[in-house]
Write a new protein. Structure first.
Length: 316
């Protein structure tokens, strides 16, 4: 049964005028693919000024868009049924609406082929059984994702109203995420913005790439520290993704020729620092608490393995 459990409503911004309806909705809902957005539109769940829209409709000034997010369409595709597992979790923050977890590197978020046990969802279902159907079967209240080898803050909605609220915050881009990344080389400027569209690599389908016509992707960065060791330079960056594409920070930093240290997929073939995973950590997230509308910033301290890498670099 198709039940709309959330809605997205917005008025077209000046920079969205003349863009396709499906493109703009996809941009605003970073966790939803364009295919699923088009399905929502084609099944009549998207209205423009109270009239059913079409995917290719070109937006006009003042258009008001209303999207019913149907669970059976927007729920993630899960290839394995998750079962509760008593896995310890580092809970940074918790209230009746949400929880923030400091996810360790190596933990997969959702069960999938090859990763049916030991995932964040398995652990959550044991600690908070009520999240099993928050957002529809398979979603388990998870609002966004982190790569398996990326550590740091990830948000969990414990109730359906909280999920709707948090999804709306992400859609409006009022949530700010801060990452720490150690990269090869030192950027020419202390700060910069990488505005480069991303999509699946047409040859290597498991990888993302910068490609013309891809989905909008924007990352801001600032250099925090620089290092030199054994005639090799490095820089510690704070990164602020303005969109939420798969592997976005990793691909963007590789695109400007400063790949993340330890990234064996998008980084250098021969790593200059041997690490069991890439140096990318979701250090903090700023949002508004669903029930109180109070802003809060949740921090995850840098893991010991990454802190040791920096300590060694600082020694020269």
């Amino acid at each position: 049964m198709n039940n709309a459990t959330n809605t997205l409503a917005f008025t077209v911004e000046p920079d969205e005028i003349s863009e396709r309806l499906d493109k703009i909705i996809t941009m605003r809902l970073a966790n939803l693919s364009r295919v699923k957005v088009q399905q929502l539109i084609k099944e009549g769940h998207v209205k423009i000024n109270d009239k059913v829209g079409k995917p290719a409709y070109r937006l006009e000034a003042g258009d008001h868009i209303h999207v019913d997010l149907i669970d059976s369409i927007v729920a993630p595709d899960v290839s394995a049924e998750a079962l509760p597992e008593a896995i310890p979790l580092d809970v940074i923050y918790e209230d009746d609406d949400l929880a923030a977890i400091n996810k360790p590197a190596g933990m997969v978020v959702h069960p999938a082929v090859g990763h049916t046990e030991g995932t964040l969802v398995n652990a959550m279902l044991s600690r908070w059984p009520q999240v099993a159907f928050v957002g529809g079967e398979g979603r388990a209240g998870i609002i966004h994702r982190l790569d398996m080898d990326t550590s740091g803050v990830i948000l969990i909605a414990k109730t359906e109203p909280a999920r709707l609220n948090l999804m709306a915050q992400f859609a409006k881009r009022t949530v700010q995420k801060r990452y720490l990344a150690l990269v090869e080389g030192q950027p020419a400027t202390q700060a910069g913005t990488i505005d480069a569209p991303l999509d699946r690599d047409p040859v290597h389908r498991k990888k993302m790439t910068v490609i013309k016509g891809g989905r909008e992707a924007v990352t801001e960065f600032h250099v925090l520290e620089t290092y030199n060791r054994n005639n090799t330079s490095y820089a510690l960056l704070e990164c602020f993704p303005k969109t939420g594409r798969t592997h976005q920070i990793r691909v963007h930093l590789a695109f400007i020729n400063h790949p993340i240290v330890g990234d064996t997929i998008y980084g250098r073939r021969k790593q200059t620092i041997k690490m069991p995973r890439h140096f990318l950590h979701a250090e903090s997230i700023t949002l508004t608490l669903p029930s109180t509308d109070q802003p809060i910033t949740l921090h995850a301290p840098l893991p010991a393995d990454l802190a040791l890498v920096l300590a060694n670099l600082r020694e020269g």
